[in-house]
Design a protein around this ligand. Structure first.
Ligand code: SAH
Length: 485
């Protein structure tokens, strides 16, 4: 059997848009992904449907054993011929043990690549508004561990060299040893009033910061029960921290949204929420399976499309049949504005369905699930033939991502853009051991319009808000309002 291939990839510090383009391409190719505790689960949504996801969260007391087990797994999957991604938080070569993993792969002559990522020391400080170097405040920068293999866990470092020679120091894994670290730096000549900034869960919606000095920070950390994962930035650059950073000022910073989805692809509204600073899981995930059908379209006077996907499918089908649209006499209708626009993007006129005419030979083209709904609206669609252009299949993997973010308590808002989305989400979410009642407890429920509200109530949700106008704009306004209240 041919050997597989391994990518040792850095996922970045948290914000999924900080994943590199190459990192994303690796995830899209992977058959298996072994990922760490600090990797944002939302990144897993980039994997192809059916990819195997293996959690390798390390337990602090079983560090060594676990690393060996991970190495074994990497080798095992690669020898099975699989494309494997080992996904780590931040950059894989910064306290990521990538050297050991690479050595193990070399031993078995398995080919691999290392894909760098943005390390937390830089990502988290940038998102907290502090550049690690600055012409006036810091010319040098060091990455230092705040925890070590020594018996007491305290790092074995040349403290004098560090305190004297480096302007900005980023300590990783250092919260527990902070009193020791500050003491050492002061003893070795660093001024007591040197600014210190802690950033916990940097670049994520739950980012928290704490400002102090070498003299005060240890006490502040104790008082505020500040904990890992956090980065400690020591140096004058930390002075540049403002009350709120550019990231924390974003209108939807801190919002964790589960956005109901009913078909493949990103919704424009969900993308907008992300752009405004929210963390969004579009759930569940779908994959479109198109159908191959040979049908003589020339037999129809009217063709009605359910969605842009159906329109695209139709024109593709014509091409496959080597049929020119000018040979058809049918009028084309769209069941939505989006479908009409899609028709017109192919240089044909599209009409709204209210303009359909009676007594003509009619063909409806849409996803297979539309058939049932059409049956219930016979008064509108009348006598017709139905053609399923595609089906939208749920990718069960997204339950895995959803479960992880629920476990991390990272959903505070659920948005239902349609009645259909209420049904889909409710059916899927049972796989994550949740019900409408438990979801209503942990999150605000927002519905787009009265039909969605009615569906949500029927399923047993406690609806917080029904939007006056079912638009992205109204949703953003609502979310901003609840954020500041
Ligand atoms: N390879 C990672 C570091 C792994 S060591 C990287 O390059 O970033 C784990 C430590 O990284 C944590 O204890 C914490 O100090 C830091 N860390 C990781 N993600 C972080 C985040 N989002 N915010 C703050 N610190 C983080």
């Amino acid at each position: 059997m041919e050997k597989g291939y391994v990518y040792l990839v850095g996922a970045g510090p948290g914000d999924i848009r900080l994943l590199t383009v190459k990192g994303q391409q690796c995830l899209e190719m992977a058959d298996v992904v072994l990922y760490d505790r600090l990797v944002n689960p939302l990144v897993l949504e980039k994997t192809k449907p059916g990819a195997e996801l293996v959690y390798c969260g390390k337990l602090p007391d079983r560090h060594l054993l676990r690393q060996e087990a991970i190495n074994d797994l990497l080798v095992k999957y690669a020898l099975e011929g699989k494309v494997v991604v080992r996904l780590k938080g931040g950059d894989p070569s910064v306290y990521g043990r990538v050297g050991e993993e690479a050595a193990e792969l070399e031993k078995f002559q398995i080919d691999y690549e290392i894909v760098p990522g943005i390390t937390a020391g830089i990502g988290a400080s940038t998102y907290a508004g502090v550049p690690v170097t600055h012409r006036d405040y810091g010319a040098s920068f060091a990455i230092v561990t705040g925890h070590d293999k020594s018996a007491d866990g305290q790092p074995l470092i040349d403290w004098q060299g560090l305190a004297k020679a480096i302007d900005t120091i980023a300590f990783y894994m250092g919260v527990k040893n902070l009193p020791y670290i500050c003491e050492q730096l002061i003893e070795n000549g660093r001024k007591k009033d040197t600014p210190v900034l802690l950033v916990q869960w940097g670049t994520l919606g739950k980012q928290k910061t704490l400002m102090g000095t070498l003299e005060t920070i240890a006490q502040l950390v104790k008082e505020q029960k500040f904990s890992n994962p956090a980065i400690t930035i020591v140096g004058d650059v930390a002075k540049l921290r403002k009350t709120e950073s550019w990231f924390e000022r974003q209108p939807l910073f801190g919002k964790h949204i589960l956005f109901g989805r009913t078909s493949e692809g990103e919704s424009e509204i969900a993308s907008e929420l992300t752009r405004l600073g929210a963390e969004v899981l579009e759930y569940p995930r779908f994959i479109t399976e198109t159908k191959e059908i040979d049908l003589d379209f020339a037999n129809y006077d009217e063709i009605i499309f359910h969605s842009p996907k159906s329109v695209k499918w139709f024109f593709n089908q014509l091409k496959k049949q080597r049929l020119d649209i000018r040979s058809l006499t049918a009028t084309l209708y769209g069941a939505s504005m989006k479908s009409i626009k899609a028709i017109e993007s192919f240089a044909c006129l599209g009409f709204p369905i209210r303009e359909m005419m009676e007594g003509r030979k009619r063909l409806l083209i849409g996803p297979d699930v539309w058939k049932e709904r059409v049956q219930q609206r016979m008064e509108l669609y009348g006598q017709h033939d139905f053609l399923a252009s595609h089906s939208e299949l749920i990718v069960a993997q997204s339950n895995f991502t959803c479960q992880r973010i629920l476990d991390e308590d990272r959903v505070d808002t659920i948005v239902f853009p349609s009645a259909e989305s209420v049904k889909v989400v409710t059916e899927q979410i049972t796989a994550c051991n949740e019900t409408p009642a438990t979801l209503s407890e942990r999150a605000e429920i927002i519905c787009f319009g009265p039909a969605t509200y009615n569906a949500a109530i029927r399923y047993g949700y406690l609806v917080t808000t029904t939007l006056q106008e079912p638009s992205g704009h109204a949703l953003v306004n609502e979310l901003v309002k609840t954020r500041s209240s």
